[in-house]
Design a binder for this molecule. Structure first.
Ligand SMILES: [Zn+2]
Ligand SMILES: [Zn+2]
Length: 339
């Protein structure tokens, strides 16, 4: 079968490898769609702190069951599936406590272990998640980023009836705003520097959008949400500027969830966290229940994914997809690879 491997930064090569052989507890998946995300792009440029070349990428994907081991229950050949790409140890303190998303020995399929950029991938049966029949392969490949948003919102004390501010309107920010609304937030506001991304957010049903390059966030926030501003702020960028914005604009006694991945260490006014009695929370990946919620929301049409789907490239054009991403910058959201 064919496999695409990121041999070194900016160099994807194709090679012929043996089709994987499955054991009793494994499922062989014929890959259909792969989503390319921000961390894949960072890795492509050799700038991701935890992803090293050579690597077969692909952690957001969907496919069909091609074969299954004898012990595999509840799945049959031809079923539409996605995968929760977390390889956890099951032995560390956090795994034993049920917090396997922050396993001390966590490896992610497509990041530190072989991913979906190949015709077939074998996966442990516990990581395979069945998709509803009517869900498209593109939607199936987006369950992973939707689950990131579900988990991030799950870090807050509650969502229902609250005023939520999301900083950053990239894929994760957009989905976080949409999931907040779907889970019953009273009002949702999203910010970005790109008016195109904000337009896409509006197409997805996010009512309040602020271009922070042109308007004052505190002013817009008070105008839309009133003097109590936001109960919950989610930082979905991973930059000093936005985490500082979150802390500065936060109302006393509110919560901030850090969803963005930081590669630099920002200087932050920690004094404000104390003085405003803020709750600063982190969020990493997701758990199985977040996948279930993500699938339920997508299937019930509670969130719109179509406006986020920028373009699809054939598997043979993997390098082209990266070149497209390179020249498109923040004018592009989700790019897929299709088999
Ligand atoms: Zn991702
Ligand atoms: Zn563990």
């Amino acid at each position: 079968m064919k496999q695409a491997i990121l041999e070194r930064p900016k160099k994807i090569i194709f090679r012929e490898v043996e089709k994987p052989v499955i054991s009793n507890r494994e499922v062989l998946i014929k890959v259909k769609r792969i989503g390319i995300c921000g961390s894949d792009i960072k890795a492509y440029y050799g700038k991701h702190p935890y992803i090293k070349c050579p690597i077969v990428q692909g952690h957001e994907f969907s496919g069909v069951v091609a074969a299954k081991g004898r012990k595999v229950k509840g799945l049959k050949t031809g079923d539409k599936v996605t995968v929760r790409p977390q390889l956890v140890c099951g032995r560390c303190y956090l795994c034993k406590r049920g917090d396997y998303n922050i396993c001390q020995n966590l490896k992610v399929i497509g990041c530190q272990a072989e991913g979906a950029a190949q015709e077939y991938l074998k996966v442990d049966m516990n990581l395979v998640v069945k998709l509803p029949k009517k869900m498209s392969f593109e939607e199936g490949a987006m369950v992973e980023p939707v689950a990131v948003a579900v988990h991030a919102l799950g870090q807050a004390s509650r969502i229902k009836g609250r005023q939520v501010l999301v900083l950053g309107a990239g894929t994760i920010g957009n989905l976080t705003a949409q999931v907040a609304r779907a889970l019953g937030a009273r009002a949702v506001m999203i910010t970005d520097l790109s008016s195109l991304r904000l337009k896409i957010a509006r197409e997805c049903g996010v009512v309040h959008t602020v271009n922070v390059a042109r308007a004052s966030l505190p002013e817009q926030l008070e105008k839309a949400f009133g003097p109590n501003r936001a109960d919950l702020i989610l930082e979905c960028v991973g930059e000093g500027k936005t985490i500082n914005q979150a802390i500065e604009v936060a109302r006393k006694g509110s919560e901030i969830v850090v969803v963005g991945v930081f590669d630099e260490k920002p200087r932050t006014d920690v004094g404000l966290i104390q003085d405003k009695e803020l709750k600063l929370l982190g969020s990493l990946m997701y758990k199985a229940e977040d996948y279930r919620t993500a699938i339920r929301l997508i299937n019930a049409r509670k969130i719109r994914l179509k406006p986020l789907m920028s373009r699809t490239f054939r598997f043979e054009d993997y390098p082209k997809a990266y070149r497209f991403l390179e020249k498109s910058g923040d004018r592009v959201m989700k790019v897929f690879i299709k088999f």
